[in-house]
Write a protein of this length. Structure first.
Length: 405
């Protein structure tokens, strides 16, 4: 499609040109199995070792702490199930009400999956999407096997205080996992200073290909493999390595590390211009999520008395790509579980739009969205039976009842 304005980067990202170039030899000339004894395969293994070093570098980790998986979801499942198997006498899991479905649905179905009864604490969030640390600390017990809390929310971009939370768990001998799929490459991460036991990331969220993920396992943390088979990944994850995707992810992490300053300056400035322009030009629009403790690329805005799906369909007429929430829940008529947990009013939760940018977005693209989206909202509201009877007041950002300012 020509002239696509792509602002759905939290769903997936384009594969960077440099990443594609790094991957291509492994589909043709360098096709050997990296686990083979012969030198033809061994040279591929050396490229995988180099990629492992690059991925460890962006995390502040050691290369041997990196395990390659197929995706972030596999990494999440591996970390949580491993933790429960490592402490079979413990039956308590702590997570939040706003986790990605990869964690939320797994934790809610553990009893049927494992054949054991578990107790699940799903921590509430404040109106601005942040967590109450006192409530979190009170939830930790001697029976808690694992805490799994995302580093940054995929729908609102709200960042959680993972370092503090991990320290609290560590002091009680509890394993800590964080789904950092949305955070890696957007904000600085240094696992030498943040004592998590497990961290998940996914390649297609930072301009690598789909089908490749990573699970970080801190040296010394107990671990039980999820994928059992051959000796790959030091016996921690069976299956022939996805060589091309692994090498691509290594290159993507190099680029992400180099672009970290741009993410937090250029991309943040574009996001703020887009966000402020929409809140100023559309009445009864509200920001969902903390104003400051948020990823630099993400804005989630609710427009009262319209349907998010209708907004997206109208945006699509102009080749503008956005989202009404997580790509893993698209197609559902229910409002976002994240926005419900935040207490966003029903009249607004259905009309939420997530716009997530990358280093490839431009000022001109922001101008297009600012020109097209406000008239779309006005058009949809003109057809809404609820709008005429409810638009006597105007609720803008300054009148929003959340604690985001």
């Amino acid at each position: 499609m020509a002239d696509v304005v792509y602002m759905d980067n939290n769903a997936t990202t384009r594969v960077a040109d440099e990443v594609l170039a790094a991957m291509q030899p492994f589909f043709a000339d360098l096709y050997g199995n990296p686990s083979s004894m012969h030198s033809f395969g061994g040279q591929v293994g050396r490229h995988i070792d180099q990629a492992r070093e690059k991925i460890a570098a962006i995390l502040g980790a050691e290369p041997e702490e990196i395990i390659f998986t197929s995706c972030g979801t596999e990494s999440d499942s591996t970390a949580i199930l491993s933790s429960l198997q490592s402490f079979p006498g413990k039956r308590h899991i702590v997570t939040t009400r706003v986790e990605h479905p990869a964690v939320k649905h797994l934790c809610e179905s553990l009893d049927s999956l494992t054949g054991h009864k578990h107790r699940l604490t799903q921590l509430a969030v404040e109106r601005d999407g942040t967590l109450d640390l006192a409530a979190y600390e009170a939830s930790l017990t001697e029976d808690t096997a694992v805490v799994s809390v995302m580093w940054a929310n995929n729908e609102t971009g709200v960042i959680f205080p993972i370092a503090t939370m991990a320290e609290m768990a560590k002091s009680r001998g509890i394993l800590f996992h964080t789904d950092a799929v949305q955070a890696v490459g957007k904000i600085p991460i240094d696992l030498a200073r943040v004592p998590v036991d497990f961290l998940s990331l996914s390649g297609h969220k930072l301009h690598a290909s789909k089908g490749i993920g990573v699970l970080y396992v801190r040296k010394g943390s107990p671990f039980v493999p999820f994928m059992v088979g051959g000796h790959q990944e030091r016996g921690r994850r069976g299956g022939t390595e996805n060589s091309a995707a692994i090498v691509g992810l290594g290159r993507a992490c190099e680029l992400a590390q180099a672009n970290l300053a741009r993410e937090n300056s250029q991309v943040r400035a574009l996001r703020d211009r887009l966000e402020n322009g929409l809140l100023a030009s559309v009445p009864r629009a509200m920001l969902n999520g903390h104003k400051r403790e948020r990823l630099p690329n993400t804005t989630n805005i609710s427009f009262e008395f319209v349907e998010g799906e209708a907004i997206l369909l109208h945006l699509d007429r102009y080749n503008i790509c956005a989202s009404s929430g997580s790509a893993c829940t698209s197609g559902s008529l229910e409002p976002s579980h994240v926005l419900r947990a935040m207490g966003v009013p029903f009249t607004a939760a259905h009309g939420s739009v997530r716009l997530s940018l990358s280093v490839y977005n431009t000022e001109a693209e922001v101008d297009i969205v600012l020109a097209k989206l406000p008239p779309i909202i006005a058009e949809l509201r003109a057809m809404s039976p609820f709008w005429e009877s409810s638009h006597s007041g105007s609720v803008g950002q300054s009148q929003c009842d959340c604690k985001c300012s």
